[in-house]
Design a protein around this ligand. Structure first.
Ligand code: GRF
Length: 183
């Protein structure tokens, strides 16, 4: 299984995914829409080829995705793993990779979709919080759930909750990839 990771920012999940050992799954490419993203630096360090597609260089989402898709096909990518990719996947890529795109979201879906999910949940006063890995569909954060992990907030501060969420992400996402795509 040849896997491409898509990221727009920090890339800590990208790094966690790359650092896990797999038998057959291979992380062969990082795609980013943001030329200033820190994930690019990580890809250099980790020796994973990175391709930058500055979103504003394209007329519209369709043209952008056609360019990305051309590379995915050329690289024989089987699976797309979204890790902090801040764009909605459009029909060009979705049609080509139906049921082959997964995402990680820092909430117990279907609650708290969209941006700042940890803050949304914390401010709402939930007592149990967590992380979901799910298939990507046309609707944001709405595809079938593959895995979830949760914990009780107790008296943790927001910063403590956030840090714990990220620790869970970095453990859970590579495990899901190993379980589902390492064969
Ligand atoms: C993670 O919290 C992930 O769940 C969300 O975006 C964040 C990305 O963090 N989709 P990073 O770029 O992997 O550090």
């Amino acid at each position: 299984m040849r896997i491409a990771v898509f990221a727009s920012g920090n890339g800590s999940n990208f790094e966690a995914i790359v650092r896990k050992k797999y038998q057959k799954a291979e992380i062969v490419l990082l795609v980013t829409d943001n030329k200033n993203a820190y994930c690019i630096e990580r890809s250099r360090r980790l020796k994973i080829p990175c391709r930058i597609f500055p979103y504003n260089d394209y007329q519209n989402k369709q043209d952008y995705e056609i360019a990305v898709l051309r590379l995915l096909k050329k690289e024989n990518i089987d699976i797309i793993v979204l890790a902090g990719y801040m764009r909605i996947i459009g029909s060009v890529i979705l049609d080509a990779y139906r049921n082959k795109i997964i995402n990680i979201h820092p909430s117990l879906l279907p609650a708290f979709k969209g941006r700042n999910a940890i803050k949304q949940a914390y401010d709402y006063g939930v007592k149990i919080i967590g992380v979901s890995v799910h298939y990507v569909t046309a609707e944001v954060d709405a595809g079938k759930i593959i895995a979830q992990e949760s914990f009780r907030i107790g008296n943790r501060s927001f910063e403590e909750v956030e840090a714990k969420i990220h620790r869970i992400e970095h453990r859970l996402y590579p495990r899901v990839i190993k379980k589902f795509f390492d064969k």
